[in-house]
Design a protein around this ligand. Structure first.
Ligand code: SF4
Length: 225
């Protein structure tokens, strides 16, 4: 049984290199981290969850949108659960699976997802773990991306370090929306500031993208439609 916070869609992926792509979302409850600026707190502590087995999750997805065959599995950190039954179910139903995690827990079944959206947490999160082994997640650069939230100079330096360590892995930087989730003007100012920094940084390759959180700009919160 998986503790499901929400299943919704079709909507768009609002972050990272697949921004704008149509997808369904399944959000599982719980996380082994507690980041200062977590934007899915409602999925962490005492959420109103529905416990569902993998076949029921699949049935719900098909009921909502039989035409949408891309699925983003998010949290919290979904990797705190054994994901093999769910990934197998979705795989058999020919879903393209994108997994969102911060990289604290590896499982062998993750080799079967189509894209790992990895967001290792930077110093400003309060959960920075410099010794985290990200190699298993980033072993296949065509099936992974690094999504880095930037709030401070130390966060940016961490992104630089990871880009040097994994130059083949696509990287998306986004300004942290910690204090101004509903004031897009500030968020856009932060975005422009980050663009300026990356545009003039010789340590960042041209492949590094600076992206807004599209769903926040469009809807003012973490959800799509
Ligand atoms: S890892 Fe993600 S879901 Fe967990 S507390 Fe941090 S931001 Fe929130």
């Amino acid at each position: 049984m998986y503790p499901v916070v929400e299943i919704f869609g079709p909507t768009i992926q609002g972050e990272g290199i697949n921004m704008g792509q149509r997808t369904m979302f399944v959000r599982l409850a719980g996380c082994d981290y507690r980041c200062h600026w977590c934007d899915t707190l409602y999925a962490l502590d005492d959420p109103q969850v529905t416990h569902m087995k993998a076949p029921l999750i699949l049935k719900k997805l098909i009921t909502l949108a039989p035409h949408c065959k891309t699925l983003t599995l998010s949290g919290g950190n979904p990797c705190i659960y054994d994901l093999e039954p769910l990934i197998n179910e979705l795989w058999d139903a020919t879903y393209s699976i994108q997994l969102e995690t911060q990289g604290s827990i590896w499982q062998d079944c993750l080799r079967n997802v189509d894209m790992i959206n990895l967001s290792p947490k930077p110093p400003s999160s309060g959960m920075y773990k410099p010794d985290l082994d990200l190699d298993p997640f980033l072993k296949f650069p065509d099936k992974a991306q690094l999504k880095m939230v930037i709030l401070t100079l130390e966060d940016y330096q961490y992104a630089q370090e990871l880009h040097q360590r994994y130059p083949e892995v696509p990287m998306a930087l986004q300004a942290c929306n910690e204090l101004d989730r509903d004031t897009n003007g500030n968020l856009l100012a932060k975005y422009r500031s980050l663009v300026e920094i990356v545009a003039n940084d010789s340590l960042m390759s041209d492949g590094v993208r600076v992206l807004p959180q599209m769903h926040v700009l469009a809807w003012g919160n973490k959800r799509g439609v």
